[in-house]
Structure formats: C-alpha cells, structure tokens
Design a protein around this ligand. Sequence first.
Ligand code: PLP
Length: 385
Amino acid sequence: MNEKDIVWKIPLFDLNFDVREKNAVNRVLDRAWLTMGPENIAFENKFSEFCGSPYCLSVNSCTAALHLAVVCSGIGPGDEVIVPSLTFVATANAIRYAGATPVFADVISAGIPLIDPESIVNVITPKTKAIIIVHYAGYPCDMDAILAITKRYNLKLIEDCAHSPGAKWKGKDTGTFGDFGCFSFFSNKNMSMGEGGAITTNSEENFQKCKFMRSHGMTTLTLDRHKGHSYTYDVVAAGYNYRLDEMRAAIGLVQLEKLPQSNALRKDAILYYRKALSGTPIEVPFVNYQNACGVDHIMPVFLADGVIREQVMAYMKSLGIQTSIHYPCIHQFTDFTGYSHTPLPVTENLSSRVLTLPLFPGLTSVQIDMVVDALLGGIHAQKNF
Ligand SMILES: Cc1ncc(COP(=O)(O)O)c(C=O)c1O
C-alpha cells in the first residue's frame, strides 16, 4: 500500500475541530479583512489573559516566535545559546538564524527527559548569552533551578512552550518565567491553527521590539492606515513578515476556549496509558515528576535497550496504529556536524529508545488498550523479548 493511501485506525493525532472553527473562519471572510485585525487583537488579549502574561503577540509560527525572541534578546554572531538536543530542530535553528551558535546540554533521565540544570552549568562559557529551554511533552522544566542559573550567570531565558500551553510550574504558567515564551499552534499541537504561534513577555520594551520586528520594522500597521489613523510609516529595523492572518487568529480563539477541556482529556488518556503500561518493561516519563502540572502534548515512552524500534513501529503500522519519534537528536543531524559539543549520553540513549504513541483529546480507553497491546505484541515478536 502506498504511504499516502494509509487510513490509520488510530492516528498519532486528530483535530478536535467542529462547526465553531468553521463559523470563526466564515466570520473573517464575511468581514473581508484578512490580516492583523480584530481577531488578532482579541486572540492576543485572550491568550495573555490565559497565561497570566502581561504582553502577547500573535505570530505565524513558533519558529518565528523563537527567532524574534533570539533577535530581540540582542543575540548575534559570536554569541552562544544553550539548548537541549532532544527537541524539534526549530529550537536550535532560531539561534543559527541570528548567526549565533547553539551549544547543546544534556537532559536529566527517562523519568524526566527535560534539560538538565547541571549540564547547563557545565557548558556555560564567557560567550554564553542565553538559554532556550523546552517544556518537552508539555512538562515544565525545573524553573527554580533554571532561574537560579540565569540569575547567577546573567543570562537571558527563552522558553520554548510549543508543547506547553496551560502547563504550570508551582502554579505559574510556562511562558511567564523567562524573557520570552514561544508557543506553537501548528496542526498537531494542543491548540491547532494549521500554522501559527505566539510570543509572550513580561516586558513592555521586549513587546515593542517584537512588534516592530514582526512586521518589517515598520512603525504603523496596515489596519491603522486603512482606518485613516495614519498616512505613512517609518522603518526602524530590518524586520520580518511574521504576522498571523485573521482566519487563523479566529480559529485560535475557538481553540483557546476548548483548551482547558482538551488538555483535561489528554490528561485522562495519559493516566489510562500509565496504568495500562505499568508492570511492563516500557519506561513512561513524568510519572513521579513533582511540582509540575503538565499538559501532555505527546505520549513518549522509552523501549528497553536492544528492542528494534523500527520493527515495533512497522508492526504497529501493520495494525493501523501510527507512531512517531520525538526526537532524533539535533546534534546528530548532518547540518549540525560542525558544532562541537560535550558528550550527551542521556540524550543519545533516550533518542534511540523513544517511541511516541497516539495522543489526542477523544482518544478512548479501548483505543489505548489496542495501542498498548500492539506495542507489547511488537516487542514480543522480536526474539529475546
Ligand atoms: C519543541 C518545538 N519547538 C518549536 C517548534 C516549531 O513550531 P512551529 O511549527 O509552530 O514553527 C515545534 C513544532 O513542532 C516544537 O515541537
């Protein structure tokens, strides 16, 4: 069967769209104002209220948010930025876009596959300007330890919150601890727009910088000129076009309303998975992670050393169950071979063993049982397991 013909019995992810998202898009089409208008303003206000962040800007991806955060932190050629390697490549690429150098730190363990504060300290040099942390799988990093490091070494902090809208560390939202929080609303995220993102900050100065840079470094908006509020504009920086269109912002408003319920449904599914997998040789992360209220973006598990992951994935695929890998480590990608790094044994081990199981709001306990049976069946089908 051709890959594109596969209809998954249990997909890795499924959208929770209904007539409300359709109505939201139609509202924009009826208004016939397609970019940077009332939907974006409403979305920014609602999202900053949701996270408890004083400032929020909508952008067209988390990658754009990360790039803006790096540039607006004043990072450039000659600077180093510490980042985990167990993340999506966009986290490290944002550093490279600015001409700076990503420096990889290790993660803690299979139980807590988040950036290791001790490893961060080990790779700090006089060139280090910032740390980008990733709240992997929707679980906050140890913010007490991270903030102690940024304070002690006077470093900027950027939070990659692509997985973590609504996640809290000791009751405070991810995206409100650092200089910038960067969110993704890509299709498969906890909130889906297709493509989309947001950047949060506690600082008005950072907010204004990001606002200019989001739209070509221009001092006035198209909407203001359209409404006759201004006739012309100045350009005060070499900015980008990182604007979010109104259709996506309107979808985002609906998705944000659904988020608490959909995060709760994800949590139910995760708890069911944990029960179903207990007593098996599969390692499940975050089971005993204190202080963190995660939002369960994905369901990564770690297979025992020696299990041939690709065979397990093929077996599960033959039963119509889609799986993935979060993540191949960045420092082993061809385009990153030029970057030297200290040994990253935990990252390399976890990356070779990780398997991502289906997770989305509405995944049923019957489906989870099928996934777990298929996973164990795929392992047992291999000799010696
Ligand atoms: C951890 C992480 N950071 C950044 C991104 C980039 O997000 P976007 O696709 O919105 O640019 C992703 C997307 O998958 C991600 O998972």
